[in-house]
Design a binder for this molecule. Structure first.
Ligand code: HEC
Length: 163
């Protein structure tokens, strides 16, 4: 027999699972933020790492909403996502010089496959743009997860994990 309780319960469980997946994705994306760049000498490499670190900080703060550590707030989401968008737009200029350093995690494929790299940067930009436009917490959750995927997509192809 059709039971509205059961439907609601299912929706709740689905929501929880979805949330757990989103938090897991967030942990993967931001876990490496802490001073991965200590000891780096090349200023260009430092600059691009610094910007990535700022992006990760903003993602982590926004992720506080998913974890229930901060209430959903339109203005806060707009401020942070606008900054992420600005940083996404800097990726091309930051990575264009083929700078290297013993501590870099950048793969050479960035420069041998520059159009592919730019496409990943563009994906991040579009997703960040989407996050600046959310109108509700539900939209925020979706847009945030979508943005997180663009980080992992680029890292999977163009970043080596040191340590
Ligand atoms: C277009 C590709 C690309 C996108 C998109 C991208 N990254 Fe990165 N990221 C890199 C590369 C390449 C490095 C390694 C840079 C180096 O070590 O020289 C990196 C490094 C990092 C680092 C380590 C910085 C450090 O201090 O060494 C963090 C943290 C990071 N990214 C977070 C993120 C987050 C969060 C997102 C998404 C919101 C993101 N990145 C999106 C390419 C990308």
């Amino acid at each position: 027999m059709f039971s509205i309780d059961r439907v609601e319960r299912k929706a709740q469980i689905w929501g929880m699972k979805n949330r757990i997946t989103q938090i897991a994705a967030l942990v993967v994306v931001t876990a490496s933020a802490a001073f991965a760049h200590s000891g780096v000498k090349d200023p260009q490499v430092l600059a691009r790492m610094h910007v990535m670190g700022l992006v990760a900080d903003d993602m982590e703060d926004l992720g506080g909403i998913l974890k229930g550590q901060a209430p959903y707030d339109d203005q806060f989401v707009r401020d942070r996502s606008t900054r992420i968008l600005e940083h996404a737009r800097q990726i091309e200029a930051l990575f264009e010089p083929e700078a290297t350093d013993p501590k870099t995690e950048a793969k050479d494929t960035i420069w041998t496959d520059w159009p592919g790299f730019l496409e990943k940067a563009r994906d991040m930009e579009l997703a960040a743009q989407g996050l600046t436009e959310v109108q509700s917490e539900a939209e925020f959750r979706q847009a945030f997860a979508a943005l997180g995927k663009t980080c992992s997509a680029c890292h999977a192809d163009y970043r080596i994990k040191l340590n």
